[in-house]
Design a protein. Structure first.
Length: 133
C-alpha cells in the first residue's frame, strides 16, 4: 500500500491505467515487485513498490502543491539529475532517515520517496528507472 502520511483520502485502483484522467503516466520500474496503485486526494497518482530490500513511493500530479507526502528535518540536498532538475533530499524522519527525490517535467510534479533505510545511491538508481533518466 502507498506510504501515505496524514489524512488525505486514498482510493486504491487496479493499475497505472487509472491515472489517465489525472493527466499523468507513471508506473513501477520493470524490476519492482509488490506494486500497489492509488489515487490520493483525487489528484495525486501513487505507485508503491519494492526494489530489492526497500519500499518506494512514486507520486505524480498536475496540481500545484506538495506531492511527496514525506516530511522531516533536512539533512542534505543534492542534485541527482541536472536535465530534469531532480533534487534528492535526505531528511531525519520520526523513525529514521528518509529520502525524497522531486522533479517537474511538462507541467507534472513528481516525487519518489523511501522511508525504510535505502541509501541515496539506491534511491537515485530507482529514480533513473522511473524517470527514464
Amino acid at each position: 500500500p502507498p506510504l501515505v502520511q496524514g489524512t488525505s483520502p486514498v482510493e486504491d485502483v487496479e493499475s497505472a491505467a487509472a491515472f489517465a484522467p489525472l493527466g499523468v503516466v507513471i508506473d513501477a520500474p520493470a524490476d519492482a515487485s509488490e506494486a500497489a496503485y492509488a489515487i490520493i486526494n483525487g489528484e495525486i497518482a501513487c505507485v508503491a513498490f519494492r526494489v530489492g530490500d526497500h519500499t518506494y513511493d512514486f507520486r505524480a500530479s498536475t496540481k500545484t502543491g506538495e506531492v511527496a507526502g514525506v516530511y522531516g528535518e533536512t539533512l542534505s540536498v543534492d542534485t541527482v539529475d541536472t536535465a530534469s532538475g531532480a533534487v534528492l533530499t535526505r531528511m531525519q524522519g520520526f523513525d529514521g532517515v528518509y529520502i525524497k527525490i522531486e522533479w517537474t517535467k511538462d507541467g507534472v510534479a513528481y516525487a519518489l520517496t523511501n522511508t525504510d533505510g535505502a541509501d541515496a545511491d539506491a534511491a537515485a538508481a530507482v529514480f533513473r528507472a522511473v524517470s527514464g533518466g
